[in-house]
Design a protein around this ligand. Structure first.
Ligand code: G1P
Length: 295
């Protein structure tokens, strides 16, 4: 694979998952299954398919299942060998040898900005991608991965890149919302970004979707950032001090898995895209349509 100008990715996965209680009491939201893979595997695969060689996952208490997932399971491998299931064996090995994955713990839940600050030493003054561990992106047909599209924009503009998309008015309160001038179709020069504003105070309806390419100057800005929305250190509050970052409307679908409905939609849509499930699931969904009409 061609060497990328952005070699490192940070995957914050330390959040408590309060929007998905009660399942997240003892289960990391990043480990929720979507079809047959946990969410975080989609995220790691996106990073790797974008040419990233080195991944740092920021975890916290109760997130050990993430490390176990990407580790070698000797017992399972032994069993698969005994069963002579070489396809399953290869698939299992592939998961544990995906990339160089490193882990660091955020010991206190002080917010996304504070989580990213844990990556400073690891990034070693290089630009890096941030992929939120509870968000799946699927590129439109024929397009590169979301992170790859962002790296291309980074190479063009040499500025930090924030992936954005239009969000419904009632959802504005859940996102970092940008204020910007459109430079080209789907590309904005960002003047400001506000974390989770009320719709009446929002400068636009373009919300950050959880994918960023950042320059290392973000770390000093984060160190100077005081707790903001929700009394947490917000990445958004550091981003607004950057010199004109770029907002990019990426050519991809995005699912917010931290949200119950977002998770359900992702499971259904991605199942419909799998040949082995599509026909039966479609037939099943049609029966639901019928009973709705009858009700
Ligand atoms: C975070 C960011 C927010 C961004 C969102 C995307 O919020 O703080 O700016 O729009 O991710 O999912 P969270 O969803 O972690 O509360």
């Amino acid at each position: 694979m061609r060497k990328s100008s952005v070699r490192k990715a940070i995957i914050p996965a330390a959040g408590m998952g309060t929007r998905f209680l009660p399942i997240t009491r003892a289960q990391p939201k990043e480990m929720l299954p979507v079809v047959d893979k946990p969410v975080i595997q989609y995220v790691v695969e996106e990073a790797i398919s974008s040419g990233i060689e080195d991944i740092l996952i920021i975890t916290g208490r109760g997130k050990r299942a993430i490390e176990d997932h990407f580790d070698i399971s000797c017992e399972l491998e032994r069993k698969l060998k005994q069963n002579k299931d070489s396809r399953q064996f290869d698939e299992d090995r592939q998961i544990s040898s995906m990339a160089d994955i490193h882990y660091i713990r955020q010991k206190e839940q002080l917010g996304l900005g504070n989580a990213i600050l844990h990556a400073e030493k690891h990034c070693d003054d290089e630009p890096f991608a941030v992929l939120l561990g509870d968000t799946i992106t699927i590129p439109f047909k024929g397009e590169k991965s979301c992170t790859n599209q962002m790296i291309d924009s980074y190479n063009k503009y040499h500025s930090s890149i924030i992936a954005v998309e239009m969000v419904a008015r009632k959802k504005i309160k859940d996102y970092g919302i940008i204020d910007g001038n459109e430079l080209e179709d789907g590309i904005y020069s960002i003047k400001d970004i506000i974390e989770k504003p009320k719709p009446e105070n929002a400068p636009s309806n373009l919300g950050a979707i959880g994918r960023y390419v950042l320059t290392p100057d973000i770390f000093d800005l984060l160190k100077d950032t005081k707790p903001g929305h929700g009394d947490e250190i917000q990445l958004t509050d550091a981003l607004r001090k950057l010199n004109r970052p770029i907002g990019l409307v990426t050519k991809c679908r995005r699912y917010d898995i931290g949200d119950k409905l977002g998770w359900m939609k992702s499971s259904i849509e991605l199942c419909l895209e799998r040949e082995e499930f599509a026909e039966e699931l479609r037939a099943f969904l049609n029966t639901l349509n019928c009973s709705e009409k009858m009700a």
